[in-house]
Design a protein around this ligand. Sequence first.
Ligand code: 2YJ
Length: 274
Amino acid sequence: MTRLTDNDVKSISDTLGELEKFLLEKTGRTIKKVACEAVGMWEYAIDTKEYTVAVVPVTSGLGVISNFSESVRDVCKWLGMDAYVTETTDVTGLAEAITKQPDIIMMADDYEFIAYNLKMKKYADNSMCTAKGYIAALDGACDSVIKKEVLVVGAGRVGSRAAKLLLARGAKVTITDVDVEKAYAVQKDNPAAKVAEDVAEAIRNADLIINASPAHIDTENIREGAIISSPGVPHTFDEAAYAKAKTIIHDPLVIGTAVMVMQAAYFSYLGCRK
Ligand code: 2YJ
């Protein structure tokens, strides 16, 4: 799985306003609205000001990513929540967070990134929430995916979830992956999905794409006017790709994080515990 780098997250906090403007223009939805749509919640169902989030830096594995926890905190603040990064890390940081009794604790190692709702004892995970968020953004950008053909590139943790969610939303789904077996495994779990064995050809034929793959997509394979909702990291689309596609939606952390924390807050709403 692709790990974010210091460079990926270095300017997230300073560019939230730009992303908000971009999403509004391309999808008609703010970051918060994308997140709420993603979890199936009415935007005003909860008062985000009532939620406090603790973000715990994790040093295990490849260690802390500079500005990762601060960026997560700032996404939560952008949504109106009260959020802070704990002074300590790892288990000590978790203990610090639990002592302070926030509503939600967020933390990530090299494999998992979770938003844990303390009262409800449930967590939202980044892969599922990233899939939900990029589908909500695509849905806004193409004025609904219902009955439309959507290509999912990448049959990993995000792509496999995206295929299922898109089918549930009424889209016609094709899945493709350089590892054809992975694409067929997704189809086995979702028989209504088609498999495209030739990734480049599938991309050439697609107007709507969820790109959940770390692999580079050549600009020459992108269809004129395509809408590409692209959680895949690294993000390697060049200027020509942006000019050829109608819309390419990408950010390395914000959309997934916003969906996670709204999903975690929604657990409280559903449980009537707030
Ligand atoms: O606390 C820190 O600064 C680090 N431990 C953050 C690690 C961030 N983790 C990643 O980038 C993983 N690839 C997250 C996997 C999420 C699954 N979609």
